[in-house]
Design a protein. Structure first.
Length: 293
């Protein structure tokens, strides 16, 4: 199906933002707003993934929009990081709906820290009936160490691992440092070490959990088997009851695991699978706004 690519300029708190709307000849009921990730990215996204997704899914009849946050790409203003893009997302939703008449439902897609931003903010917008997230960013030293320790614990049972050590092809010092740091943390917890003073504002991971708890639309998780970020998210959920409860809040939860994909879905096969998953999920039968899960 043919689609039109329309450059647009819209306002967000006094700054002009730039976006591209991909409008098919015949539009589906839901549109997808692409949120860029990975620090100082712009609307082409990591390795032009945003462009490929927008063009391929628009060819399936799905209205698409990609845009630059304030301070990134061609947009004005100051970029405050992924924790401070709620207003940008809200302005982009309004601009997207203005360019696609009859578009009442919007789905947000983002990977890494864009997925984190979506979790924080999606609940605020009634138009957002779906969020699709790739490998959400929840990195802390604690989660990273837990994943590293688990990985190292499996490797020490591998004959090939010890062969590399004996041949001098593997330096165990970083792993040993991680093990020592993890052991110190566990000992501190066991002896009841004094906790750090509470921050005046919630940590971004707490904001993600709170946002997801308030969200009532559909949720799609696309998780990469070769991503430590993905493993850290799963480790956090497995160890934190508030996160387990938060994942029961959406009216529908779907998950797809891609064992061979990396964090950014950089391989062509991973990109193809991601497009198939997103397209099928967006075009599949879903409960309408307000309907039970």
């Amino acid at each position: 199906m043919k689609s039109t690519e329309l450059p647009i300029v819209f306002e967000c708190e006094g700054s002009e933002l730039v976006g591209i709307v991909h409008r098919p000849e015949q539009v589906a009921a839901r549109g997808l707003l692409l949120v860029v990730a990975g620090g100082p990215q712009y609307r082409a996204g990591v390795n032009r993934l945003q462009v490929e997704l927008a063009r391929d899914l628009a060819a399936m009849g799905i209205p698409m929009m990609r845009f630059d946050h304030r301070g990134l790409g061609d947009s004005e203003g100051r970029f405050g990081g992924f924790e401070d893009v709620g207003a940008d997302i809200g302005a982009a939703i309004a601009a997207f709906r203005a360019q696609v008449p009859g578009l009442n439902e919007v789905v947000l897609w983002g990977g890494c820290d864009a997925a984190s931003a979506i979790m924080i903010n999606a609940w605020q917008y009634p138009e957002v009936t779906g969020i699709a997230l790739g490998n959400p960013w929840v990195h802390t030293d604690e989660t990273a160490d837990k994943v590293a320790v688990d990985h190292f614990s499996r490797r020490i049972l591998d004959r090939d691992f010890w062969s590399k050590v004996l041949r001098g092809q593997y330096d165990p010092r970083p792993a040993l440092g991680t093990l020592a740091r993890s052991a110190r943390s566990r000992c501190a917890a066991l002896i009841g070490a004094r906790p750090r003073a509470a921050a005046t504002t919630p940590h971004f991971i707490d904001r993600m959990c709170q946002g997801l708890t308030r969200y009532r639309g559909d949720l799609l998780l696309v998780m990469s088997g070769r991503s430590q970020v993905s493993r850290e998210f799963d480790e956090l959920v497995a160890s934190a009851p508030p996160w387990q409860r938060a994942l029961t809040s959406p009216r529908r939860v779907d998950r797809h695991d891609l064992p061979d994909a990396d964090q950014t879905f950089s391989a062509s096969e991973s990109r193809g699978l991601l497009r198939e998953i997103l397209g099928g999920w967006l075009l599949g039968a879903k409960p309408g706004p307000g309907e039970p899960r």
